[in-house]
Design a protein around this ligand. Sequence first.
Ligand code: HEM
Length: 345
Amino acid sequence: MAERLAASAATLRASAAAAATPSARRAARASRAFFPPSPASSARARVGLRAAPSPLPQKARAVRCAAVAAASDVAQVKAAREDIRELLRTTHCHPILVRLGWHDAGTYDKNIEEWPQRGGANGSLRFDVELKHGANAGLINALKLIQPIKDKYPSIITYADLFQLASATAIEEAGGPKIPMKYGRVDVTGPEQCPPEGKLPDAGPSSPADHLREVFYRMGLDDKEIVALSGAHTLGRSRPERSGWGKPETKYTKNGPGAPGGQSWTVEWLRFDNSYFKDIKEKRDQDLLVLPTDAALFEDPKFKVYAEKYAEDQDAFFRDYAEAHAKLSNLGAKFQPPQGFSLDD
Ligand code: HEM
């Protein structure tokens, strides 16, 4: 069943791709001019596309379907974004949704060409075998939170898109920058397509800066992007019962919001700003966490240039973060249509 739904979604997206060509758009305009519009759904109206009534010549009918599919994709992803916003308002789960998106994408290996062997943002993290990887401890809770949203839009929104949508929306809703996202990611279909364990970074390797470069360079990311993306730790907490890092609770986490406990990197750990860089630089508060890989950002001379800049200049951090986050969210992804689609109004 799931596979049938996935196949029909893929067909719809392929049709949407056709509508994106100039000739398809011309034909769609022509069909709209020739046939009076049916009562347009609000979704279609929002993106300025209308369905024309049948009967139509076969070619025109195909174009009409394409236009409706594109509109429906965009409208449904936007509707899912509203549901994510509501989830964030009620459960304050911003941090774990960001971690979910990052851990789906962060398995990417730029040296492997084939999809999905190359890993990345392909929804593989929904399968038990990957959720059980040590680095993913606790992420089952993120999946449980967003599964009802997936169930609401089963045939259109893939897990891969939903994970990245949830993460980008969480950053934006926490006060972070708008991320130039695109959608249309294709899902892997079975657990045998999950990446092997060990692709994500360790928090306490013997040589943290070298380790960060090894892992992030494999993803095709550079020093600036490593530092900017590490700034996502301005949100959230580490829990000893999950990763083994952090205190069971601190004065900043003992009352939640959300499930109490853990150790945060920042005081206001549900607000996205540049306080992570200020706090890990100063290391003055025993209740705030600094992982060995966080400390490396001010110890390694090349990382330090960016870390110092972001501690001083929040706008610079937001600009670089938004760009790096969008890049991370696309790693390894296969899009249908190939150029993806944006939700920008
Ligand atoms: C640079 C290498 C990184 C290392 C070694 C690392 C390690 C960790 C660890 C150990 C935790 C605690 C998990 C737990 O106990 O629940 C954590 C949490 C988190 N990480 Fe990272 N991380 C890295 C990069 C990133 C990146 C690139 C992002 C996003 C762009 C990110 C976002 C988060 C968030 C938001 C949390 C908090 C999750 C929560 O509160 O539930 N991390 N990370």
